[in-house]
Ligand binder design. Sequence first.
Ligand code: PAN
Ligand code: ZN
Length: 176
Amino acid sequence: MLQVVDKSRLISHSFALTSHTKHVVRKLSDMAFCFSRGLAEDKDPIIYEVFENQMRDLSCAFTRILPGKIGGEFFMTKGHFHTDEDASEIYHFLSGRGLILIQKDNKCKALEVEEGQTLYIPPLWAHRAINIGNKVFSFLAVYRSNVGHDFDISKKGFLKIAVSKKGKYCLKDNKG
Ligand code: PAN
Ligand code: ZN
């Protein structure tokens, strides 16, 4: 009998549990410097995790960002540039609501995304994913295996931060 299953569960279970070659768990203590407000936290929550499957020339990674905030700022990924200047990437969103920040030179753009949408990230644009909802925000990324990840921008910070305001999100300049 044909069984109807929730699409995001199917992908996340099969991908995360059977196919990954690398599993990264990022806790607050791994990336406290990414959040602009001080840490009054005595807990060390998981912010996000990534299951990566590195294949010959292409890789895909399943990211799930938990819902939550640190000092009003939404949980997010560290964010990075690809070191290969020709390397673009595709994100396909599987669950929840998110914001993708992309940044190049002095330009920082925020793209609101949700389940079912697909985004092309052009070469030379740094990218960070932010969970602005109250469920897990998850997506599948596809990129060339040799893109290279440069996380320097996560230390300097993106030009904008996403903070919670009256139950929604608002973008503010990152004053560092
Ligand atoms: C994604 C990201 C993943 C985690 O697979 O690597 O969402 O984000 P950080 O790498 O910034 O911690 C991707 O963009 N790969 O290229
Ligand atoms: Zn990337």
